[in-house]
Design a protein around this ligand. Structure first.
Ligand code: GLN
Length: 293
C-alpha cells in the first residue's frame, strides 16, 4: 500500500493527528482521541507527549504510517487501544494484554495503590493470594511493591495464565501461578496476610449498558455472572478467605457498584467486618474486610 491509498494527506505528524481527530472525535470525543494518539506515538516511536506536541511538522516512515492507518481502522470498530499497542501500564508495571485477558482498569489500579498505602510496612513473612488474576496485573504490582512477599495468583483460563506468566517474567517478578476454578476447587490451605480479587461481577442484564470496546473484545469469562447469582465468586472468595486469611489479614475485593450492600452482607455472614470504598468517579468500587473480632 502506498501513501495514495492511505487517506493521510502526508506523512507529517500534523496530518496524522488531523485524520485521527476527523474520523474518531465523533465516536470517542476529542480528548480521548488525543490520548489514543499519545499512546500510539509512545508505543511505536518512543515519543513522549512533549515530543509529540513539538514535532507536528516532522514526517514519519512509510511503515510507521501504515501502522497508524491500521490503528485508525481498528479504532473505528472499537478495538481497545490497549489491544492495538499490546499493553497497558498498571501501577508502574507494563502489562501485556490480548483478548484472553481483561484489560486492567484504572479503578483496579486505584485499589492496588490503596492497598500499597495501607500496608506500607507489612510484617514479614507476608503472603498474598490473588484470585482470578487474569493478566496477572494485581499479583505483579503487589510483588513489585513488596518484593519480599510470597505472591500466589490463581486463574481458571489456561490462556490467561500464559499471559500472566509472560507478564510476571517481563516485569522480573517471581510469583506462583496456579490454574484453578475457584468455584470448584480446594486450594492448598496456606495462611495469607492479604487476599485480593477482581472477579467477574457484571450481571448478564447489564450487557446492554456496556461499551462496544468492552463487549466485543474483553473475555466474557472475566466479566459476566448470571443475574440470579451475581455474587457467586464472592461466596467462593469468602469461603477461601475463611480458611486461609490470617487473623490479622486483610481481604480486598473489587465490586459491582450496584451490589456493595449485598457483598458486605455476604462477607458479614462469613465472619468478616467489611468496609466499602469509592473509586475516583465516586462509585462504590471495592470492599476491604478484616476478621470481625
Ligand atoms: N469493571 C469492569 C468493567 O466495567 C468489570 C470487571 C469485572 O467484571 N471484574 O468492564
Amino acid at each position: 500500500m502506498n501513501t495514495r491509498n492511505l487517506r493521510f494527506r502526508s506523512n507529517r505528524v500534523r496530518d496524522i493527528l488531523g485524520l485521527f481527530h476527523e474520523e474518531l472525535d465523533v465516536l470517542y470525543g476529542r480528548d480521548e482521541v488525543g490520548v489514543f494518539c499519545e499512546m500510539l506515538f509512545e508505543a511505536w516511536l518512543g515519543w513522549d507527549k512533549v515530543r509529540l506536541l513539538t514535532s507536528k511538522e516532522q514526517t514519519i516512515d512509510q511503515s510507521d504510517l501504515l501502522r497508524f492507518h491500521w490503528a485508525l481502522e481498528d479504532l473505528k470498530v472499537y478495538r481497545p487501544i490497549q489491544h492495538i499497542i499490546g499493553y497497558t501500564d498498571f501501577c508502574g508495571c507494563r502489562i501485556a494484554v490480548n483478548p484472553d485477558v481483561l484489560v486492567p482498569r484504572p479503578e483496579t489500579e486505584e485499589i492496588i495503590q490503596w492497598i500499597i498505602t495501607q500496608l506500607s510496612i507489612p510484617h514479614f513473612p507476608f503472603s498474598v493470594l490473588d484470585l482470578c488474576t487474569g493478566s496477572g496485573c494485581i499479583a505483579i504490582a503487589l510483588k513489585k511493591a513488596f518484593p519480599e512477599a510470597a505472591v500466589t495468583a490463581v486463574e481458571v483460563s489456561e490462556k490467561a495464565l500464559a499471559m500472566a506468566k509472560e507478564n510476571a517474567e517481563s516485569n522480573g517478578t517471581d510469583i506462583t501461578l496456579l490454574q484453578a476454578d475457584i468455584l470448584n476447587c480446594q486450594l492448598p490451605t496456606v495462611s495469607y496476610q492479604l487476599i485480593v480479587s477482581n472477579p467477574p461481577y457484571v450481571r448478564d442484564s447489564e450487557r446492554a449498558q456496556m461499551q462496544r470496546n468492552v463487549l466485543d473484545y474483553d473475555p466474557v469469562l472475566a466479566l459476566f455472572v448470571p443475574d440470579d447469582d451475581p455474587l457467586r465468586f464472592y461466596r467462593a472468595i469468602a469461603a477461601i478467605a475463611r480458611q486461609s486469611l490470617s487473623p490479622d489479614g486483610l481481604l480486598v475485593v473489587e465490586i459491582n457498584e450496584a451490589l456493595a450492600e449485598e457483598t458486605c452482607s455476604l462477607l458479614r455472614n462469613h465472619g468478616f467486618r467489611p468496609e466499602v470504598h469509592e473509586d475516583y468517579r465516586g462509585k462504590p468500587r471495592w470492599v476491604s474486610a478484616v476478621w470481625n473480632p
